[in-house]
Design a protein around this ligand. Structure first.
Ligand code: ADP
Ligand code: MG
Length: 611
């Protein structure tokens, strides 16, 4: 037998390694923007065509590269950021592994222009499949421009794996925003297919947050600022009143790197306990700075996870910093530096916390420990509520209501055979449940969940066939969204029309609701569309459901009659009849039971005498 082991040709090895760093256009965007920042740029322009599939370009005014460096930078493990292994533990730049440009060169066609301020001319390099095709001396501006074209042109399998332009664009915008939030001192712009989506002037962090997340938040941000020997926590959190029903604007950065941490998220959420309803999510843009030695650098830089040397301390600090900020805001409502005086007196802004809440915030031992400056490392872990943080929030848990499939063990209702009694006696209990007498006992129906099922089936049918008719709004409502949300809504307009909502673009990031489903009362359509965008954003990473399915589920839950609504006999009867003509009447799309049947035998069983 011959030997069978080959060494992979270097370009194939590069392509494989590259796939880990550059998984989709957004990963390249992140790497290129971070390189610009690392190079000291004060301006970085991102240009995208076809959601990055045909072009991703970043133009910066940073320090540029020498001719030799311009060639070198595309080599694997080429980096100017570390020289010795020890550097790894002190690294403060965003990149350091020297993999990004090598990976980019392995999976696209790259054009680099770069010039240092001190050099008379710059360097132009063209690379195809990791091979330098062309190199010239050119006249160009100081700084660096890297254009990567036709991503994955040489790896069709990966190219086919990319999602729709809308989905890839959303990932790009997410990365762009994360970098833009962490460097408010740098000008950023994003242009997509010739249209400028973001133009973010340099400014303070607060100004950047408002530019990115929306003007309406300007007066709703509370400053967080706590410095100790161990770490520095700063940024802004939203006032409790703007907490949303879905996890939306929550950004956490450690040493300026965006990270996800269910653990620290819990610390933040717990600081809001009792200030917001249990099922809502506060806004936060929070930065933690600590000695890089306290953070595990071996976690892969493209991953957004992080390991702390002592995560309990970090947890305690973060929680205390936010409690402190929220308590201060409640005591001194005018803390907000540039509040418009005209709105300052409004209840929603100046309303202090109740005395009771204030007292509970102030009496928390963590808070007390923290107010003794630089003493927080003495906090003992028994104070930090760590033991139950997991039950409070597990990653992915928030998806439960929608992703739970029909694993629910509900005795399949034998629908055949259930028929309502002639002149069916029907009553409502607690304005929430309906009791209807049937031919073999009675059913106890949950009005909201039952209606959800009915709407779900109707909307699914409509989404596949004849559109839900709409009625034109007499007073069309305007929606002003963040750019991020506007991109998302634009993508849903066709499907929404099919489901009875005529929504039209109306200038930058604005829409007008021109029509709503004919059989629905008008009035809350604005909230419906806003919630829909929120929920959609929230579930957008969920691959299990199609876009239509997500829309239908969201609309069905939102349009359903709520518990607590009094119904007439006629309405109750219609609801119960509609439920039992559903193809799956017993369960909502997300798996909750819609009714319970009490059959005669069962009822008799309940009262059986023991002999
Ligand atoms: P890393 O950022 O991990 O060092 P990269 O592959 O991203 O690795 O970049 C390799 C090197 O190329 C960097 O260390 C830096 O010296 C140089 N470089 C990359 N992008 C730029 C840029 N926009 N301006 C100046 N130098 C750059
Ligand atoms: Mg880099």
């Amino acid at each position: 037998m011959g030997d069978i082991i080959n060494l992979l040709p270097s370009n194939i090895a590069n392509q494989i390694a590259a796939g880990e760093v550059i998984q989709r256009p957004a990963s390249a965007v992140k790497e290129l923007l971070e390189n610009a920042v690392d190079a000291g740029a004060t301006e970085a322009r991102l240009i995208i065509n076809d959601a990055g599939k045909s072009l991703i370009q970043v133009i910066d005014n940073g320090k540029g590269m020498s001719e030799a460096d311009a060639r070198m930078c595309f080599e694997r493990h080429a980096t100017s950021k570390i020289k010795a292994i020890d550097d790894l533990f002190h690294i403060r730049t965003m990149g350091f592994r020297g993999e990004a440009l090598a990976s980019i060169a392995a999976v696209s066609q790259v054009e680099l222009k770069t010039k240092r301020a001190a050099d008379p001319a710059g360097t132009y390099i063209e690379i195809d499949n990791s091979i330098i095709k062309k190199q010239e001396i050119i006249a160009c501006a100081d700084g660096t421009s890297i254009a990567m074209k036709n991503l994955f042109f040489n790896i069709p399998a990966r190219r086919n794996f990319l999602k729709s332009n809308a989905a890839e664009m959303r990932h790009i915008v997410d990365e762009f925003i994360r970098v833009a939030l962490s460097f408010p001192g740098v000008f950023f712009s994003l242009t997509s297919n010739g249209q400028q989506l973001y133009h973010l002037e340099k400014g303070s962090l607060k100004q950047r947050i408002v530019q990115v997340l929306g003007n309406q938040f300007g007066s709703k941000l509370v400053t967080v600022q706590e410095k100790t020997d161990y770490m520095n926590t700063y940024g802004f959190v939203g006032k409790p009143e703007i907490a949303k029903k879905t996890r939306g604007d929550q950004y956490l950065f450690v040493n300026n790197r965006f990270i996800r941490s269910a653990y620290l998220n819990h610390a933040i959420m717990s600081a809001y306990q009792e200030l917001i309803p249990a099922d809502s999510y506060p806004l936060y843009v929070l930065f933690i700075e600590l000695d890089p030695e306290q953070v595990d650098v071996n976690v892969h830089p493209t991953k957004q996870e992080i390991k702390f040397e002592d995560e309990k301390i970090v947890y305690a600090f973060v929680q205390a910093a936010i409690k402190h900020a929220l308590a201060q805001f409640s005591v001194t409502p005018t803390l907000d530096f540039d509040l418009d005086p005209n709105i300052q007196h409004l209840d929603a802004i100046s309303k202090p916390l109740s005395e009771e809440k204030k007292a509970s915030v102030a009496s928390s031992s963590l808070y007390q420990a923290f107010t003794q400056k630089n003493q927080a490392h003495l906090i003992e872990s028994k104070n930090s509520n760590l033991k139950d943080w997991k039950s409070f929030f597990e990653p992915g848990e928030e998806f439960k209501p929608l992703t739970q499939t029909t694993s629910f063990e509900f005795e399949k209702p034998v629908v055949e055979g259930i028929c309502l009694k002639e002149d069916c006696p029907i009553i409502q209990v607690f304005n929430s449940y309906i009791i209807a007498v049937t031919n073999r006992g009675f059913v106890l129906v949950h009005q909201q969940l039952a209606h959800e099922r009915i709407l779900y089936e109707r909307l699914i049918t409509a989404s596949a066939g004849k559109a839900v008719p709409y009625q034109t709004s007499l007073f069309p409502v305007t929606l002003q969204l963040s750019t991020q949300d506007a991109i998302l809504l634009a993508e849903l307009l066709g499907d929404l029309l099919q489901l009875g909502y005529l929504v039209e673009p109306f200038g930058k990031d604005s829409f007008v609701i021109q029509g709503t489903p004919a059989d629905l009362e008008q009035g809350n359509e604005k909230a419906v569309i806003e919630n829909l965008v929120e929920q959609f954003k929230h579930f957008s990473s969920d691959l299990k459901f199609s876009k239509r399915e997500k829309l239908v589920r969201s609309l069905a839950t939102q349009q359903a009659i709520k518990t607590g609504t009094q119904l007439t006999d006629k309405e109750m009867l219609a609801l119960v009849k509609d439920l039992f003509s559903c193809s799956q009447p017993g369960i909502t799309a997300s798996g909750s039971p819609t009714y319970v049947e009490f059959k005669k035998d069962y009822i008799e069983q309940l009262f059986k005498r023991t002999v």
